[in-house]
Design a protein around this ligand. Structure first.
Ligand code: HEM
Length: 292
């Protein structure tokens, strides 16, 4: 990824907040209503990947018209993309659509902002990103340790924890003579938000938990590598190292997430999926600190 491409990726992240049509080959009309919910479209002759994430706009798939004329028993078989493989696949599907094409090949989000002309990363900007990220991981890890809802306890000591490795990295920067900044509003806001959410809304909380740890293991690592090449002489930070095999650790957490979600109603699952956009918005603001 070149710097130009990277900056365009970064620039587009915080603007992920609009309606998202999740259709393979969309044929739709749209009208403006302010509701937020998911509608699966059951239609036996169409791909299983048909569903609409409604946010500010209500998007009515043309396919729905045909679904209306399908036999009753087929209409009741509502399918959600990824459903057959478990709930993590559903969360992943929604998350991938919220990337831009530049960020990931499955992305469908339109980049909203123009790429910045030329950018030099600075250690100061990167430090702000690391400090705010640490605050969020501290909060997530404290929440699962405390486990206000019993299912959170499943996510203790998964091996994906990042707070300790970030503490080591910040100590290293300090040894190099850098001043470690105080957390700034993107990290403070996100941390306060998930803390509050975790006490009353486990489905929404789990969405943030999934997206934060899995995003870091994917795009986060790519970004870390790029920044390290540009400004840290290629030094690999602890933030990007895991004890053990990362893909196995991720798989263990996927299995646990799938098990927890098996006890959720369809409405609770949809509620969890709907939270994905917020996760992108908050994380995007923290990512942007790298360019500050
Ligand atoms: C500049 C920003 C970003 C870039 C370049 C990026 C890039 C990527 C890439 C390349 C993948 C792997 C796709 C694959 O499996 O083929 C990925 C996966 C993913 N990303 Fe991002 N991403 C970014 C931001 C985000 C944000 C802000 C979130 C949400 C907070 C997020 C959530 C995810 C999730 C949940 C996955 C799936 C991981 C998995 O299945 O293991 N990403 N991203």
């Amino acid at each position: 990824m070149n710097t130009q491409l990277f900056t365009s990726r970064m620039a587009s992240i915080p603007s992920i907040s609009q309606s998202q049509l999740i259709l393979k080959k969309p044929q739709f009309i749209s009208s403006t209503k302010s509701s937020l919910f998911m509608t699966p479209i059951s239609k036996p002759t169409q791909s299983l990947n048909l569903f609409v994430l409604k946010t500010k706009k209500v998007v009515v798939a043309a396919a729905e018209t045909t679904a209306a004329s399908a036999p009753e028993e087929e209409k009741s078989k509502k399918r959600y993309p990824g459903e057959g493989k478990g709930f993590v696949e559903e969360m992943r599907f929604v998350a991938m659509k919220l990337h831009t094409k530049d960020q990931a090949k499955e992305g469908e989000k339109q980049a909203q902002e123009k790429p910045l002309p030329k950018w030099e990363f600075t250690v100061d900007g990167y430090l702000k990103f690391l400090v705010d990220s640490k605050l969020v991981y501290d909060t997530l890890e404290k929440i699962v340790d405390k486990a206000d809802f019993p299912e959170y306890a499943e996510f203790r000591n998964t091996g994906l924890e990042r707070a300790e490795s970030l503490a080591k990295d910040l100590a290293w920067f300090k040894e190099q003579g850098y001043t470690i900044p105080e957390p700034s509003s993107p990290g403070l806001n996100y941390s306060a938000y998930v803390e509050e959410l975790s006490k009353k809304d486990p489905q929404a909380f789990i969405c943030h938990f999934y997206n934060t740890y899995f995003a870091h293991s994917a795009g986060g690592r790519m970004i870390g590598k790029k920044v390290a090449e540009k400004i840290l002489n290629g030094k690999e930070l602890e933030f990007y190292k895991w004890d053990g095999d990362l893909s196995q650790l991720l798989q263990n957490v996927r299995d646990k997430l799938n098990t927890v979600a098996e006890n959720w109603t369809r409405e609770e699952k949809n509620h969890c999926l709907e939270e994905t956009e917020k996760s992108f918005k908050f994380s995007g603001e923290i990512l942007r600190l790298i360019l500050s």
